[in-house]
Design a protein around this ligand. Structure first.
Ligand code: AMP
Ligand code: ZN
Ligand code: ZN
Length: 436
């Protein structure tokens, strides 16, 4: 706009049209009425814009239902989740990473990285250099930041000015202030579900300067009952009903908040569940009889390191007996499992076929009584979880195909308009179709 002295042309025209009035005011009050008006106007515009920015910062609640298989919503047991998904985004399924276990996948969701890259390659990890073992039941190890190589979303967000909170999530208790959410709690498996919801509502009722905008919460029911009774049992159906009513309680509580229209909610799971049985066990210790090796873990995945015998002799023996499982040397694990590139992956990786269980010996193990498990090849549909989302950032009435859990981190960064870490495996372009 062309300028004339201190005024724009339009200002001068306006001045002329109101000349007599302004001259009158100016003369009486002896003030630069125009200058004052302009300053007030600019201040008003700035205040308005700041309000938009503050009010416009989104909220997102990330809810994990452990082991809630992709098809549990098709059983006619989930009216609250059905309504939520049909009005927002409903995906066919959520593909986990390999191994389809709890800790690796919660970390993949929150970092956008494959387990081999974020470091939590299994629920139990053996560090051959320090001889320390990471176990989810060992709170000291779980809180040791040295195991975690990825940057969780809450760290990315806090660094860029967004307050975050967690009512449980693997990795949220790290003993390093800047790597964990502002608000977090030590994991308590017995924490009542309505207490978690009340905690979230309390956080969201804090004054804006203290209020978290990103909150994670975790519910374990479908995992417990899936293991104990199997994915096709009446007991798992009762858990599905329970989680649906928890979802209903959370959504109705959120809808009473003054900020309700700015809140996004994502319900998802870390993996699915498949039926297992005592009859389908493979005794790896027996197959390796006479050879010297260290066997790590049991279930769908077992890792083996030589302790006297050569890698080739162990591998050859397992290869000769390869029925109902696949054996690989670490560097030959199929590329689509992304499970070769971490020093804590042992020299040999054995992966059971769906429904089969690898055991170390004939001793009665945890698995003897289990009816369901997960951890298998993540591309199997039974290992897929679910993903549904609703809120101002998401499209309405939108159906999409299978989503990969590593793409959630870049999606969160996009929603909050912050910079993601550049070394992630997730890709925004594979998921952004679900955003408005
Ligand atoms: P899994 O089925 O073996 O992959 O692991 C499921 C178990 O992980 C649940 O039964 C929980 O007890 C445990 N778990 C989940 N989140 C946490 C956490 N943040 N800290 C410790 N343990 C957890
Ligand atoms: Zn799990
Ligand atoms: Zn489980």
């Amino acid at each position: 706009m062309p300028k004339a002295g201190n005024f724009y042309i339009e200002d001068i025209k306006l001045y002329h049209s109101k000349k007599s009035f302004f001259t009158f005011v100016h003369n009486i009050l002896n003030i630069n009425y125009y200058g004052a008006m302009k300053k007030i106007f600019i201040l008003l515009v700035l205040t308005f814009q700041l309000n938009i920015l503050a009010g416009g910062k989104p909220y997102l609640i990330l809810v994990s239902f452990d082991a809630f298989r992709w098809d549990y919503m098709e059983r006619g047991l989930t009216p609250n989740l059905d309504k939520f998904a049909s009005e927002g985004v409903n995906s066919l399924s959520l593909e986990p990473c390999f191994p389809s276990k709890t800790f690796p996948n919660h970390m993949s969701i929150i970092t956008g990285m494959y387990p081999q890259n974020h470091g939590i390659i299994h629920n139990t990890i053996y560090n051959r250099f320090t001889e320390k073992t990471y176990k989810m039941s060992d709170s000291n190890e779980v809180r040791d930041p040295r195991w975690y190589l990825g940057e969780p979303f809450w760290e990315t967000a806090e660094r860029q000015g967004i307050t975050t909170a967690s009512y449980f999530w693997p990795g949220s208790e790290m003993k390093l202030d800047y790597r964990r959410p502002t608000y977090f709690l030590p994991y308590d498996h017995d924490c009542p579900e309505d207490k978690k919801i009340a905690g979230i509502i309390d956080w969201l009722s804090l004054p804006e300067s203290q209020r978290p905008h990103f909150i994670t919460v975790y519910f374990h029911e479908t995992d417990d009952d899936g293991h104990n009774f199997g994915p096709n049992s009446p007991e798992i159906n009762r858990s599905i009903v329970k989680l649906d009513s928890i979802a209903g309680l959370l959504l109705s509580s959120l809808s009473k908040l003054p900020i309700k229209d700015s809140i996004n909610v994502v319900f998802l799971s870390d993996h699915g569940m498949t039926e297992i049985s005592k009859e389908r066990q493979i005794n790896i210790g027996k197959i390796l009889d006479g050879l010297k090796a260290k066997l790590f873990d049991s279930g769908p995945v077992m890792m083996i390191s030589p302790s006297g015998s050569s890698v080739d002799s162990l591998y050859d023996r397992l290869k000769k007996n390869e029925i109902n499982y696949q054996v690989y040397k670490r560097e030959e694990v199929p590329a689509n499992l992304h499970f070769s590139e971490n020093p804590f992956i042992a020299e040999i990786v054995v992966i059971a076929d769906m429904g089969w269980t690898l055991v170390q010996n004939n001793k009665r193990e945890y698995y003897s009584d289990s009816k369901g498990n997960h951890g298998y090849d993540n591309h199997h549909l039974d290992m897929n979880g679910f993903f549904i989302a609703n809120g101002p950032a998401f499209k309405s009435n939108y159906q999409t195909g299978t989503i990969r859990n590593i793409d959630i981190y870049p999606m969160l960064c996009k929603i909050f308009n912050i910079f993601p870490k550049s070394n992630i495996d997730g890709k925004l372009e594979r998921i952004e179709q679900i955003l408005k």
